[in-house]
Design a protein around this ligand. Structure first.
Ligand code: GCB
Length: 596
């Protein structure tokens, strides 16, 4: 889905700010039918949970309502008027003056509605957005709503991060001309020093299309006519990790005689290649070693709300510590994040919101038999359909970002359990069909090993999440080292593919110190990383290390977490723990190359 952009033929109005807000039930029965009866105002973009002091709001399960008025610019008389919601977590319904204009399930991908028939240029309208945070067996991510003995509805889910909800990303009113570009796909290659750029433009008409590629200074470097085709850029500057050089494709839809321009859309792109060859991960033909993190969109007060100040600061810290990459664990991040990564040359593993498709985890923790994960009553065809829809939306949104070098289809699903292959094979096929250019991976949980995993061969890169020295052999780094080496060897020897660490980490309380190997201390986190790195460096096939986590983050209540997950290398307010300095020393020395 195209991002709204301002061009000579397109305009946009940002609708962020303070919106009237109410829980379902607190307002009138059909809140979209009139002004929302409430004194509350919520900030957009932000998760609503931590904005208010009322626990009934924080713990609410179900619909909430946001409302504001908006004015259609008076110059839009002859334009199509669209309303775009960058994210409504996890389900959204949009009403214009009481009329339902859009519905969408999936909390981390955008959706939009053509509201031309419902509004008039120059006039104001009432915009109401309902957002529901409920998860089920057929949502991605999954969850279950239970009713406690107290009668309170509670949302259970199988991931540890807090189920923040609301309008955490921007809302846009934007215009497109009646004849317009609806999609563009750009793929790039390198032929010596020449950049090859394949493009395919979709429009809502058969009007002729022409494209021009501009370099970063705005100079035209290639041009072509036709909705699909190829451009060649001689002496191209490639997009590289650490140097995010971007070109722009200017797409013009012309009137039938080719004289007038009906629509202009501009899409940035980078010229680069990505390939897995043997046990190497190659960017522009050169071996790349991932250093970085699994992250979260997470901050005090805003929750998962996008914030440009946090964006800039997080990327500063990534650079400071020598991270060249991150994974969008465990859901697609705001588009602004990917655009920033594009511009700054940070490599991204783009992950779906499929986290928690694993009932074996509970079994593993309690030792009790667990319900089958891949069963129709748990995660069956209907879940897979939702997963497929989500993949389509993710790839449609992010396919043109040069920073995205790999798709991660799921986090820690039950890949060693019967039925995993039947579940994943069609999703792998779909991903390859939607994007034949990027490698794919999924992260393997502790219960899946080289011996018992049923799906690793379907993917290009083996990514494993391992917590030896934390959940296993806690406090015994010697034993942990042996377990880890044995475990990694199993994957390396069996699959002959690049292997990387998707997660490794230890909860750490800043300020807690010890001269011994005491879990939760800053020294232990450092020693834990050192042990992991010693092991990684023994494997030729190892292509990267993503620490869990970049920063401490909010989790749901529970006995396993005290004030959130503390595996951050930075605290939640982004102060470095001692291990951050150790990582910095290692990573700045590597500079994207494998340790020797
Ligand atoms: C994992 C999950 C991640 C958790 C982490 C932990 O394996 O993928 O979402 O936060 O472990 O800290 O337990």
């Amino acid at each position: 889905m195209l991002k709204p952009r301002s061009t000579p033929t397109r305009e946009q109005v940002n609708l962020d700010g303070l919106w009237r807000f109410a829980l379902d039930g607190a307002a009138r029965p059909e809140p979209w039918k009139g002004p929302l009866d409430t004194r509350l105002e919520a900030a957009v973009p932000a998760s609503y949970n931590d904005l208010f002091t009322d626990p009934a709001i924080r713990d609410h399960v179900g619909w909430v309502w946001y409302q504001r008025t908006a004015r259609v610019p008076r110059g839009w008389t002859d334009e199509r008027v669209l309303l775009r919601v960058d994210a409504a977590t996890h389900e959204g319904r949009v009403y214009v003056d009481g009329v339902l204009v859009a519905e969408h399930v999936g909390g981390y991908t955008p959706f939009e509605a053509d509201i031309t028939g419902h509004v008039r240029a120059g006039d104001e309208f009432r915009l109401t957005i309902g957002v529901n945070n409920e998860l089920s067996n057929v949502t991605i991510p999954p969850g279950t709503v239970t009713v406690a003995r107290s009668g309170r509805r509670e949302q259970q889910y199988k991931h540890d991060f807090y189920n923040y909800a609301g309008l955490a990303r921007s809302i846009w009113l934007h215009s497109v001309p009646p004849v317009h570009v609806t999609d563009v796909t750009i793929t790039t290659g390198l032929d010596g020093t020449t950049g090859t750029v394949g493009y395919s433009v979709e429009t809502n008409s058969s009007a002729p299309v022409r494209v021009r590629a501009l370099d970063a200074d705005g100079a035209e470097v290639a041009a072509a006519a036709g909705a699909t085709g190829a451009l060649r850029i001689d002496g191209a500057t490639p997009w590289r990790p650490g140097a995010g050089y971007l070109y722009e494709l200017v797409i013009e839809v012309l009137d039938e005689d080719g004289g007038g321009v009906l629509d202009v859309y501009r899409e940035p792109f980078g010229v680069r290649t990505v390939e897995v060859r043997g046990t190497e991960f190659l960017i522009n033909g050169e071996p790349f070693y991932f250093t970085g993190f699994g992250k979260h969109e997470d901050a005090p007060v805003r929750g998962k709300g996008h914030d440009n100040a946090h964006l800039v600061h997080d990327f500063q810290l990534l650079e400071w510590i020598g991270a060249n990459s991150f994974r969008t664990s465990h859901y697609p991040y705001a588009e602004e994040v990917l655009e920033f990564a594009d511009r700054h040359g940070i490599v991204v593993i783009d992950e779906t919101a499929a986290v928690g498709l694993n009932l074996a985890v509970q079994g593993g923790l309690t030792g009790r038999p667990h319900d089958p994960t891949w069963a129709p009553e748990n995660f069956g065809a209907a879940t897979r359909d939702a997963h497929a829809r989500h993949l389509r939306e993710l790839i449609a949104r992010d396919k043109n970002h040069p920073s995205v070098v790999m798709w991660c289809l799921a986090n820690e699903s039950s890949s060693a359990e019967e039925g995993a292959r039947e579940y994943f094979e069609p999703l792998v096929e779909l991903t390859r069909e939607l994007d034949p250019t990027r490698p794919i991976t999924h992260t393997a949980w502790l219960g899946a090993t080289g011996d018992n995993d049923l799906i690793a061969d379907l993917f290009d890169v083996v990514t494993v999440n391992r917590y030896y020295g934390w959940y296993i052999a806690n406090g015994d780094l010697e034993a942990a080292e042996q377990y880890l080496e044995h475990d990694l060897r199993g994957w390396v020897e069996k699959f002959g593919k690049p292997v990387m660490m998707g997660e490794y980490g230890a909860d750490t309380l800043p300020g807690l110190h010890s001269v011994w190997d005491v879990p939760w201390t800053e020294e232990y986190q450092r020693a834990y990383f050192e042990m992991n790195h010693r092991v990684f460096d023994r494997f030729e096939a190892f292509v990267g290390e993503h620490v869990w986590n970049f920063a401490d983050f909010a989790t749901s209540n529970g006995i396993h977490r005290v004030d959130g997950n503390k595996k951050g290398v930075f605290t939640r307010d982004r102060r470095p723990k001692s291990a951050a300095h150790a990582l910095r020393a290692r990573w700045t020395g590597l500079n994207g190359r494998k340790p020797r």
